[in-house]
Design a protein around this ligand. Structure first.
Ligand code: NDP
Length: 333
């Protein structure tokens, strides 16, 4: 079967990696109780880091990247799953230290799988993908800290990207007033189409800011980190909440404690990889019910498997709009 393979020569484990589309067999797949035929997978920011080698995402070589997939169970030694079950996988180190979704089959632990929710096709589930599921985890984090549509305006950074675009669509459908931050003025109409009430130029947030700024937002979802996150926190209103999930601008956080101790702002970290199964099930079940599927269609593009490697660098340049779905065996599910 075909697979994307990230490799390093045995005699130069510290040397540069190579990436190619190659052939593997079922026997090559790692251990796991459940063998899944992959119907759709996707390209996420983290897959782009893995494929380009821009960041040490891959922990062992050779590696099949792909941090998520939707497919159909072919064989299962886990009584929770049987052949024919439609499943989704996100995270758990898949595509980083365990072979992932950019292949025709994957073998994984039964505990890692979530059933494909009623009302979603495999294609729609992957249009959501890890980015969209993370967007829902961010919305849940805001809600758990008391944020409701009545709280006021919510800012979303990296709004034209994968996490951001799904977050905008979800929040707008739920009745929130969404301010979408983008570095691409050309995406303003796209973002308004997803339901953003206003567009904020990313340049307003990228420079080092004051410890406390003018109070602008009741809450925020940030995919950028660095000065962008620091400025969002500094401009969050009294007792507001910021969900932080990404590092598109950088891993650092050049902030101060002022917003936390003077305004009672909460910084809520969001991780999708090791997220407990109960939250995953809740997130996927809510995505199936609460996301406007017409909007989902508008924010996804399909990418042929043989264009995955050449497309990955676009993520690191911030050139990708919405979600990138890769059909592997679309007739399966
Ligand atoms: P995308 O590449 O699809 O989107 C990122 C967006 O961030 C870009 O489209 C761009 O949006 C914006 N951006 C790019 N560069 C910068 C910059 N220098 N400063 C500010 N904004 C920038 O990636 P995803 O949405 O898939 O992922 C976003 C982030 O979230 C990544 O860092 C990813 O690793 C992380 N992530 C974390 C997860 C977790 O479990 N915590 C799970 C999933 C993702 P625009 O052009 O609109 O400004």
């Amino acid at each position: 079967m075909k697979a994307i393979l990230i490799e390093k020569p045995d005699d130069a484990p510290k040397g540069p990696q190579t990436v190619r589309e190659g052939q593997i067999t079922t026997a090559d797949l790692p251990e796991g109780e459940v063998l899944v035929d992959v119907a759709y997978t996707t390209l996420n920011y983290k897959d782009a880091l893995a494929i380009t080698g821009a960041s040490p995402v891959v922990r062992s070589f050779p590696m099949v990247p792909g941090i998520d997939f939707a497919g159909v169970v072919r064989e299962s030694a886990d009584p929770a799953w049987k052949p024919g079950d439609k499943v989704i996988l996100n995270g758990w180190g898949v595509g980083e230290k365990h072979w992932g979704g950019l292949a025709e089959q994957a073998r994984v632990k039964g505990d890692w799988l979530v059933p494909l929710p009623e009302g979603l096709s495999a294609r729609q589930a992957m249009a959501i993908g890890t980015a969209g599921y993370t967007a829902m985890l961010c919305v849940m984090a805001l809600e758990r800290h008391g944020i409701t549509p009545a709280s006021g305006e919510i800012v979303v950074t990296g709004a034209a990207g994968g996490v951001g675009s799904v977050a905008v669509a979800l929040l707008a459908k739920a009745g929130y007033n969404v301010a979408a931050v983008t570095g691409r003025a050309s995406e303003a109409e796209f973002l308004k189409g997803l339901g953003a009430a206003s567009i904020v130029d990313r340049a307003e947030l990228t420079e080092p800011g004051r410890p406390l700024g003018k109070e602008r937002w009741a809450a925020g979802i940030d995919v950028a980190g660095s000065h962008v996150l620091a400025n969002v926190i500094a401009q969050t209103k009294y007792r507001g909440v910021v969900a932080a999930c990404g590092l598109a601008a950088g891993m650092d956080l050049p902030s101060s404690v002022a917003p936390f101790i003077l305004r009672g702002v909460t910084l809520a970290g969001v991780d999708s990889v090791m997220c407990p199964i109960e939250d995953r099930r809740e997130a996927w079940s809510r995505l199936a019910k609460e996301l406007d599927l017409a909007k989902l269609e508008a924010l996804m593009t399909e990418l042929p498997f043989d264009q995955v490697i050449e497309t990955a660098p676009k993520f690191l340049k911030g050139e990708v709009r919405g979600r990138v779905v890769v059909p592997v065996a679309p007739d399966l599910a």
